[in-house]
Ligand binder design. Structure first.
Ligand SMILES: [Mg+2]
Length: 478
């Protein structure tokens, strides 16, 4: 059995995250500790963690893990110095080393073992993973190449050595496109966070009765904001819409605009907001159609045939996840609000569900408020299908937790500093209460003062509209 050591490179200073990348949270542990856990789980040889920038904090983040640490005092000169530090800390009997970056959070112990197993087979001095023919890291190097590796300066790392020895390379192909992904930007981090196994919302908010609304709001750093009845009514923007977004930007409050309305695409919401004078990036919009598609993507492979009831928002969200829209022999029925709905659509959906297709509803809203009054919403469509088939749908929109969890992952938000703003007690706020988030009710949509008085749980903050919310919040101390 060959001896394979692992070196985790955790000395760098990344400037884009507000703190060293190696300390970013990954499902409750710092990234560097997560990398150490994966390497230890692989159970190969010793694990050596190279420290540099904020060495003491990174060392502390490793807790009592059974790793060796080595300090690279020259970390500012680049990755090469960390590789040198690691190589000189290796035990003399080491046959090969795997160089691991700590910012590849979906790296698995299985892949590390596969690299070592391929090396054990013989005939290769370098083993690296590939996905769809593209080279990835981490890379295993045989002992004979250590001197050459140690001589590489700057930030080039092992790739210079890899390029010099094409004949000596063996590869291990990986199927998961994210398995080799690294966190280069905050956007990468947000995207990969959605894959944290068992992402948990464990910490409840502090007690708020008898606390001034301004004080409750002072600890909020992230918002999940409903749109209909909060930012606008029908085609009328709320009077303080621009001031609301200006305030959030000024205070550095992150937000996701989350709607149960699945009929439109995120781009259509961006356009609508732009018409109202608010510039919002498309990544800040989360629709119940996207949440349903993400939920389905956890259950069924891309290419699965899905019958979609719903408008463009539903169809696009499903296609973006690689599902095939089909009427015949569909394995899944996804139902979103559809103002063009005809009896035939319901008949097709019912027959598929009757034959065993999985039944998913984007949102449970019984009705939809219009200028004329409440009209049938998606909940009414789901009820028609449930009555017909006797099968209850899985619903993913508010108040179900999936939507809030996805919004929080996008923002990297924690429950104790996140508030949900909505105009409905039964969906927006009920889901927030279940997850221990701070709840803000605006009276500019569905719920009235009388509803608040009759409700079993009082919202933490009640405001006439977003304009009053901003005025209350501005009184709070930063
Ligand atoms: Mg609403």
């Amino acid at each position: 059995m060959k001896k394979v050591a692992m070196i985790i490179l955790a000395a760098g200073a990344s400037r884009r995250f507000g703190k060293p990348k190696q300390l970013l949270d990954w499902g409750g542990v710092p990234l560097v500790a997560h990398a150490a856990d994966v390497a230890l789980e692989a159970g190969l040889g010793p694990v050596i963690v190279i420290l540099g920038c904020e060495a003491e904090a990174v060392r502390a983040a490793l807790g009592g893990r059974a790793v060796q640490v080595a300090m690279n005092w020259r970390w500012k000169e680049g990755l090469g110095t960390s590789v040198q530090t690691g190589l000189s800390a290796l035990p003399p009997e080491t046959d090969a080393v795997i160089l691991i970056q700590c910012d590849q959070p979906l790296l698995t112990a299985n892949l590390l073992r596969a690299l070592a197993a391929r090396f054990e087979e013989g005939g290769a001095s370098i083993v690296h993973p590939t996905h769809a023919g593209r080279r990835g890291t981490p890379t295993l190097f045989v002992r004979d190449l250590f001197a050459e590796l140690a001589a590489v300066g700057g930030d080039a790392g092992g790739r210079v050595v890899v390029a010099r020895h094409p004949e000596a390379i063996a590869v291990v192909e990986v199927a998961d496109p994210d398995a080799l992904a690294d966190i280069d930007t905050p956007a990468d981090y947000e995207r990969l966070l959605e894959r944290v196994p068992g992402f948990r919302l464990q910490d409840a908010k502090p007690e708020t009765s008898n606390v001034e609304p301004a004080n409750i709001l002072s600890r909020i750093h992230h918002l999940i904001v409903d749109m209909d009845g909060v930012l606008w009514r029908g085609d009328q923007p709320m009077p303080d819409l621009e001031a609301f977004f200006a305030f959030l930007r000024r205070r550095g409050v992150g937000f996701v605009l989350a709607t149960n309305n699945s009929s439109r695409t995120p781009e259509q919401y961006v356009e609508k907001l732009a018409r109202f004078g608010a510039e919002v990036p498309v990544g800040a919009i989360l629709t119940s159609a996207q949440v349903a598609a993400a939920y389905l993507a956890d259950q069924a492979p891309p290419g699965t045939r899905v019958y979609a009831v719903g408008r463009e928002g539903v169809r696009r969200a499903l296609e973006e996840r690689g599902f095939v829209l089909a009427e015949h022999e569909a394995d899944v029925v996804v139902v979103g609000w559809d103002t063009d709905l005809v009896w035939d659509d319901l008949a097709t959906a019912a027959l598929l569900i009757h034959k065993g297709a999985r039944f998913i509803g984007t949102n449970p809203d019984a009705n939809y408020p219009t200028e004329r009054g409440p009209v049938p919403g998606n909940g009414a469509q789901l009820a028609a299908l449930e009555v017909t088939t006797g099968v209850a749908p899985v619903v993913t929109g508010k108040p179900e937790p999936q939507m809030y969890e996805q919004a929080m992952r996008r923002m990297g938000a924690r429950p104790e500093s996140t508030a949900v703003i909505g105009d409905r007690l039964d969906t927006d706020l009920a889901g927030g209460v279940r997850l221990g988030l701070t709840t803000v009710l605006v009276l500019s949509g569905i719920a009235t003062e009388a509803d608040v008085a009759a409700a079993s749980t009082r919202p933490d903050v009640v405001c006439a509209d977003i304009g009053e919310l901003v005025r209350v919040w501005e009184r709070s101390v930063v």
